[in-house]
Design a protein around this ligand. Structure first.
Ligand SMILES: [Zn+2]
Length: 701
């Protein structure tokens, strides 16, 4: 996952600079950072410093915009586009620090402050996006762009800003502009409501067990967690399971009691669909209609067409065709998986047909039977430090870069490590922060973000400050931290996003590192391919006690089990992607029966009843309150690219092929935002990507 704090059209410019005339103050956020690499002085920043820094940042930014629009000179690329591209530094720097810490080391006070600050910052952004005088200057330049004598990067920057404003509604007449602002306002409210309803419904359901016999089959750690959950809720001596995945999945995978698995899974998949005060059906139907209206105002047939227009896929038709090409073989494999599981169930004396709440339970039995792979066999070889050094080594072999530990960079939490990244010639590429462990103040999941994005201004470069945040289980006592296989892949994945941050180049913020939504996961997902290569495993996966490299037999099991349950995983993912596309392919606002719509959509593609879409409509946060509307497909789209890209290395006979790595770095990681994304990919690969490697990797061909 990649998170980037983008609040304004002018994409983050985070250089430290104190404008002349700005208030002299003790507030460290408003001063030049006198630290190595001008890294944020986390040790000096206090909670009370943020609000004044935001206020001053917005004030400065407003003044900068005023200066651009009131410039008596005719608009030029320099006095309008470059000036806009470089505006808002204090605000952007403050936002990057505040909102990143809100996720990594938050507190009730910080969240309360975020609730207070966010609306003001959003309104500030809207004001700029809809500023008619600013747009008029940009349009004047755009309309004569060919005669301005701009180099290709400057021209692309102008075009991108023009598109951003047009897509934001700047080109509409006053009446439509007002409609658009109203739609945006309503959407913002509905999306909050959708999220709140879902949160309430998620918290409302629990499976309480008071008879230990009902826990049969569950591993000790799952039982211990359920006991702790019960204790937290004042039910000491009982066991509580919730519909949060870390609690639910072990139960669905191991609990012998079929009726309880059913009860828990139903609690999960009926969320916000219970015809009560927290029901999301009417909310999402209204959101679909508003988005359809918005797309039509902007001249698109459907909301999907509006969203995908700026993506690599370009049209909803291309996305549909792609999803259906993967769907057909995946459904076939899923049906085979189901048949194999039914056989196991029958052998155990079950008379009924399997249902959706049985899938995890019998899949686990099938896994043991087929691959004999146990997670605990792998973990001694996946000591955190060994995995980390392994991924550094892979980056060294590919790109020649080295990472040197630094101990003089201020930290926002004592567990964070910092490294200076150095290029082949020894020049600095920036600082990497690694924040490994779960703690109460950290959001779930793993992500890469930046305290400072790469910038180039008047020929002077500022190197990025990249932060990677994980949620690994911390060490207990003196024991080493041993990662799971999933953790190991996550480690490489986020490091891939980080490399993208370090290698990004560009004279203008708008095009530096900005690649379409359906390409963002290419730099990260591609790194996962190296993690599981036998040659790479041999290098880093060493037993934490003996130092012995991972045995070949175990490596073979990992490789073989790579296809395990991929029919199911692909089908549930693609089903959700198709559902997303169907919701946002409406050409007119209308009355929806949400459950009937969803059923008709899934029936159309032939989804089997034993598998539900990965997210059903009433709890599909990605597409209703998460920024992935008509965009849930992007992970799989990027997987075509990463599988195809890695195939190039494999086919060359050298997984560290330096020539290919140099091209990947240049055309994708450094200059990915310079030109049409497919064009950039072809420059790296020499041909368009093929879907074959993805289908092979998932065992669908
Ligand atoms: Zn990612």
């Amino acid at each position: 996952m990649k998170k980037r704090v983008i609040l304004l059209l002018s994409v983050t410019a985070l250089v430290a600079s104190c404008k002349e005339g700005a208030k002299q103050t003790e507030n460290p956020l408003m001063q030049k950072f006198e630290t190595p690499f001008q890294a944020p002085p986390f040790d000096k920043i206090k909670l009370a410093d943020y609000k004044p820094a935001f206020e001053e940042g917005m004030k400065q930014h407003k003044a900068e915009i005023e200066a651009i629009v009131n410039n008596p000179e005719a608009p030029t690329f320099e006095n309008t586009i470059v000036a806009f591209d470089q505006s808002g530094k204090l605000l952007n720097r403050t936002s990057a620090i505040f909102f990143n810490l809100c996720e990594a080391v938050t507190s009730d006070d910080m969240l309360a402050l975020a609730m207070e600050i966010s609306p003001a910052v959003t309104a500030h952004g809207d004001e700029i996006n809809m500023n008619p005088k600013l747009f008029a200057r940009i349009k004047t330049l755009y309309d004569k762009k060919e005669s301005l004598g701009l180099d290709p990067l400057a021209l692309r920057t102008l075009e991108k800003y023009y598109d951003d404003f047009v897509r934001g509604g700047a080109n509409l007449n006053d009446e439509d502009k007002a409609k658009m602002m109203k739609i945006n306002g309503e959407l913002a409210k509905l999306s909050l409501q959708y999220g709140n309803n879902l949160l309430k419904e998620t918290n409302a359901f629990t499976l309480v067990i008071d008879d230990a016999k009902d826990l049969e089959g569950l591993p000790d750690n799952a039982i211990a967690s359920a006991a702790a959950e019960a204790k937290n809720r004042g039910m000491e001596g009982k066991w509580v399971f919730t519909v949060q995945k870390p609690s639910m999945l072990p139960f669905l995978t191991y609990a012998k009691k079929r009726d309880l698995r059913e009860k828990l899974y139903k609690g999960y998949y009926m969320r916000a669909n219970n015809d009560n005060a927290n029901d999301n059906k009417a909310v999402l139907a209204q959101m679909v209609n508003l988005r359809t209206e918005k797309a039509k105002l902007l001249g698109f047939d459907t909301y999907a067409a509006y969203v995908i227009d700026v993506n690599m896929a370009k049209t909803p038709e291309a996305v549909h065709a792609f999803l259906e090409r993967v769907w057909t073989p995946a459904l076939k494999v899923a049906k085979q998986e189901l048949a194999e599981m039914q056989k196991i169930a029958n052998k155990e004396g079950m008379r009924e047909k399997l249902e959706s709440w049985d899938w995890w339970y019998y899949a686990e039995k099938l896994r043991k039977q087929k691959y004999d792979l146990d997670e605990s066999e792998m973990m001694p070889y996946l000591k955190l430090e060994n995995v980390r050094d392994g991924m550094f080594e892979v980056a060294n072999k590919l790109y020649g870069i080295t990472l040197e530990k630094r101990t003089d960079i201020p930290l926002y939490h004592p567990e964070v490590e910092t490294y200076e990244v150095k290029d082949v010639d020894g020049s600095s590429l920036g600082i990497l922060y690694l924040d490994y462990f779960t703690r109460a103040s950290k959001s779930a999941g793993a992500w890469m973000t930046e305290f400072r994005h790469y910038t180039k201004e008047n020929g002077k470069e500022e190197m990025p400050l990249v932060s990677v945040v994980y949620n690994f289980s911390p060490a207990v006592g003196d024991a080493p931290v041993l990662l799971t296989w999933d953790d190991t892949e996550t480690m490489f994945h986020e490091f891939g996003h980080a490399l993208h941050g370090f290698f990004t180049r560009g004279d203008y913020q708008r095009i530096a590192g900005t690649i379409p939504h359906d390409m963002v996961e290419l730099p990260s997902q591609v790194m996962e391919n190296w993690a599981s290569e036998p040659e790479v495993l041999k290098m880093y996966a060493k037993h934490y006690q003996t130092g012995e490299p991972m045995p070949d037999a175990l490596i073979k099991k990992i490789q073989e089990s790579g296809h395990f349950n991929q029919g199911f995983a692909t089908v549930e993912y693609v089903a959700a992607s198709l559902l997303d596309m169907d919701w946002y392919s409406q050409t007119e606002p209308q009355q929806f029966d949400v459950n009937a719509f969803e059923k008709a959509s899934m029936d159309k593609y032939g989804l089997i009843k034993e598998i539900l879409p990965r997210y059903r409509s009433t709890y599909f946060s990605h597409i209703f309150d998460g920024g992935y509307s008509a965009g849930y497909y992007v992970y799989l789209w990027a997987e075509v690219l990463d599988a195809d890209a890695f195939q190039a290395f494999k086919a060359s006979g050298d997984i560290y092929n330096k020539e290919l790595a140099a091209k990947f770095r240049k055309y994708i990681l450094s200059e990915g935002g310079y030109d049409d994304p497919m064009g950039q990919y072809v420059k790296f690969r020499g041909q368009q990507p093929s879907e074959e490697p993805l289908l092979m990797k998932r065992g669908l061909k």
